[in-house]
Design a protein around this ligand. Structure first.
Ligand code: PLP
Length: 384
């Protein structure tokens, strides 16, 4: 049975060129990039090249790129640094639809006595900018709002939000884990101070991340020890993964425009085909401001988890918008924040494409998903 992988917001395939570029750094080039001799220097040069490649993805300077172990570490580091460098400020602003890599970290700081404002969203998942403006105070140490939402693909007005924070002299961080490599992010135009990236969402391996730190921002390391990463993160560099991250960023720079037009067309065909063939279905999210690869669709009166199990038998990989909490299926915090009606929120499925998604795969899902929903509706205790 073929695998139709439509869960690229969870993780993505390692690109062949990324894998090829990494391999020599697992074997012949194992030197330490900090060593003085040539054998280490070769490796050090490759790390520098990868840093340049990642910087290019964001129109940034290589000195602004810090390699970390994952998106979660980048998020933790950004929040940590903002707090440590401004001990007098005791307030954090975020949104209620962030990934747990932010939500659980700000909750930790809340338990340490910080005040946290979580900006709400409307029924399309759009940020409430009035609530956001009202939240920014002289006591705010940091704003952390995601660039794109992992569940709905919604893109937030980050340029405007960053400007509003800057007007009040507040540090602005964005979790761009889902946006990086999928849309152009030009940090010469956006007043963002820190930005988090994760390799495995853009065809690099799992276990490599990036934190962009704008030049001039006062920074405190999260991991202390050796002087790697110019004293900003201790630990001998994960050279093969850094090399892979560089090549993945380079591929994204080269292919983004063309690739994302193709991916968006496939996503739109999938979405409109499902809406047309499955009654009582709806899209969750902001149709005008979305990542090109993501759709989140709800089917009334069915369980998302049941849909996933049946799709799995057909070789189709997707995610649902509900999570098992203490034995019962709860709609995700994102769908709850958007007040998606209960009987729709439970039957939500996220389908996320990549450059490797094909028209044949979309046709297969368009053929197989409608009968799955029809079967589950017959079994469902919920009827209209
Ligand atoms: N932020 C967002 C928006 C994500 O979607 C994810 C992963 O799903 C993360 C952060 C965490 O990234 P990582 O798995 O690299 O820690």
């Amino acid at each position: 049975m073929q695998t139709v992988y439509l869960d690229n917001n969870a993780t993505s395939a390692i690109a062949p060129e990324v894998r090829e570029a990494m391999l020599p750094y697992f074997s012949e080039f194992y030197g330490n990039p900090s060593s003085m001799y040539t054998f280490g220097g070769i490796v050090g040069k490759k790390v520098a090249e990868a840093r340049e490649q990642v910087a290019s993805l964001f129109h940034a300077d290589a000195s602004e790129i810090l390699f970390t172990s994952c998106g979660s570490e980048s998020d933790n580091t950004a929040i940590w640094s903002a707090i440590m460098t401004q001990p007098e400020k005791r307030h954090i602003v975020t949104s209620c639809v962030e990934h747990p890599a932010i939500l659980n970290v700000v909750e930790y700081w809340e338990h340490q006595g910080y005040r946290v404002t979580r900006v709400p969203v409307d029924d399309l998942g759009r940020m409430d900018l009035d609530a956001y403006a009202a939240a920014l105070t002289a006591d705010t140490a940091l704003v952390s709002v995601m660039f794109a939402n992992n569940e709905t693909g919604n893109l937030f007005p980050i340029a405007r939000m960053a400007e509003m924070a800057k007007e009040k002299g507040i540090l602005f961080h964005t979790d761009a884990v889902q946006a990086a490599g999928k849309i152009d992010i030009d940090l010469t135009r956006l007043p963002i101070d820190m930005l988090s990236v994760s390799g495995h969402k853009l065809h690099a391996p799992k276990g490599i991340g990036v934190l962009y730190i704008r030049k001039g921002i006062i920074f405190r390391p999260f991991l202390r020890g050796g002087h790697q990463e110019r004293g900003r993160r201790a630990g001998t560099e994960n050279v093969p993964y850094i090399v892979g991250m560089g090549v993945a960023a380079d591929s994204a720079v080269r292919n983004m425009g063309e690739e994302q037009t193709r991916v968006a067309a496939l996503r739109d065909r999938l979405e409109s085909g499902l809406l047309a063939s499955i009654p009582q279905s709806r899209v969750n999210g902001d149709p005008e401001h979305r990542l090109p690869n993501t759709t989140n669709i709800s089917f009334k009166n069915v369980e998302g988890e049941a849909i996933l199990l049946m799709l799995d038998r057909l070789g189709i990989c997707a995610s649902s918008g509900s999570a098992c909490t203490s034995g019962s299926l709860e709609p995700s915090h994102v769908l709850r924040a958007m007040q998606v009606p209960f009987n729709y929120a439970h039957g939500s499925v996220r389908l996320s494409l990549s450059r490797y998604s094909t028209a044949a795969e979309i046709d297969y899902v368009l053929k197989e998903l409608p009968p799955v929903i029809a079967t589950l509706r017959k079994l469902s205790p919920f009827k209209d």
